[in-house]
Design a protein around this ligand. Structure first.
Ligand SMILES: [Ca+2]
Length: 395
């Protein structure tokens, strides 16, 4: 009996050694792939579309032209095609606008043109502190006044916790109409381990139906003690998310601590490691976890050391700026740049840092219908900037 157990243990250990030896190191900029400051491609112009926005956080383009933009203190505005801002939309949820909290992302229902539904994520106060919530409502115009009508909360991150940090909060509809919500672990030593527990929404990506109900094919439905909305675990603070246009899968960027920001492909039931496996360390130094992810944990596709604080994520599918076609863009907050990642399938092969001379924290990146790229700058006097290819219509 003992020898059988010993043999089994030895076989397991050998298997793990082999598996550890084959753990892929994430690709790191400047180390494994070229990384450089870069100028805009010839003919690409930068202009300001709208200004006077207080810490704009999320942007959703409207099918009829113009856009919706959130301001973190709690305002949603309609931007006209010419860049004029409406008065704040009435009826948006009350938000807890402290620290990183407030009104955060905005996304249109896939069938918005018919149903007018808009989804907002925000920091919601409640028993125990606050957490990320998602409300949906109908965008309507009465007289000249825009309203978020019939507001209904479709998701609340549980439990609430007293922190003003790490709300995550990007919203992405998948091709099948399910809604992904990225959620932070609240940046506390107390809640950090929650990212590894299925009994809370801290440090998770969740997936719900458009009405807030739980899809029956979510990976942990029926698991005792697991919250059924959970899609993936082990995240720290994912602030950028987009669907890969080739595969339909969710790609996410998340903030590491000091170092260790990550790009991940987020798949059902997978564990992305935080805080057990990370390329970052405590602020001021000090180990948090191990670096390489063992089997059972997903290593990042790419990891920034030092951190850039990525926010917003967009695949550039247009031909309007040909040298950018197929690239992945993210904004950098602390990195104060627009980051372009050149991809070969799921490999990052090159990184460019654009617009570094602006000195702006870039909060969100959205591609427009003509291949223009909209950027939000995170500031007291924030702006919506637009990059357009040569030959694209002005204004
Ligand atoms: Ca990770």
């Amino acid at each position: 009996m003992r020898s059988v157990r010993w043999m089994a243990g030895w076989t397991l250990a050998l298997g793990m050694t082999v598996a550890f030896a084959s753990v892929a190191q994430p690709v790191r900029p400047g180390k494994d792939v070229p990384m450089a400051r870069a100028a805009l491609p010839a003919g690409v112009t930068l202009s300001t579309w709208a200004e006077g926005l207080e810490h704009p956080w999320g942007l959703a383009l409207l099918p009829q032209g113009g856009a919706l933009v959130t301001e973190r203190p709690g305002r949603l505005r309609v931007v006209s095609g010419q860049g004029q801002l409406s008065a704040p939309v009435a009826g948006v949820p009350r938000v807890d606008a402290r620290g990183q909290g407030g009104l955060l992302d905005v996304v249109l229902h896939p069938d918005f043109a018919r149903n007018g539904l808009v989804y907002l994520s925000y920091a919601e106060a409640g028993d125990g502190g606050n957490s990320t919530a998602v409300a949906r409502g109908k965008l309507v115009q009465d007289g000249g006044q825009w309203r978020f009508a019939d507001s209904q909360v479709v998701f609340r991150q549980a439990p609430k916790f007293a922190s003003t940090l790490h709300f995550g909060s990007r919203l992405v509809f998948a091709r099948d109409g399910k809604l992904f919500i990225t959620l932070g672990e609240r940046s506390s030593r107390q809640t950090r381990p929650d990212a590894q527990g299925l009994n809370t929404h801290h440090g998770k990506v969740v997936r719900i139906n458009d009405d807030g109900s739980v899809p029956r094919d979510n990976p942990f439905v029926g698991d005792k003690g697991a919250l059924p909305e959970i899609w993936s675990q082990g995240h720290r603070n994912p602030q950028g998310a987009a669907l890969n246009p080739r595969t339909g899968e969710l790609w996410v960027v998340e903030h590491g601590p000091q170092g260790g920001d990550e790009l991940n492909v987020v798949r059902a039931g997978k564990n992305y490691g935080w805080p057990l496996y990370t390329y970052g360390e405590e602020y001021g130094g000090g180990r948090i976890g191990q670096e390489a992810s063992p089997p059972g944990f997903e290593p990042p596709l790419y990891s920034w050391v030092p951190s850039v604080s990525p926010s917003g994520l967009a695949f550039y599918t247009s031909q309007a700026i040909p040298s950018w076609t197929g690239s992945l863009f993210t904004g950098a907050l602390s990195g104060q740049a627009l980051i372009r990642l050149q991809l070969d399938g799921e490999k990052v092969v090159r990184e460019e840092r654009l617009l570094t001379d602006l000195g702006s924290r870039i909060r969100d990146v959205v591609m427009g219908p003509s291949g223009e790229l909209y950027l939000l700058t995170d500031a007291r006097q924030g702006k919506i900037l637009v990059l357009r290819g040569a030959g694209a219509a002005g204004s």
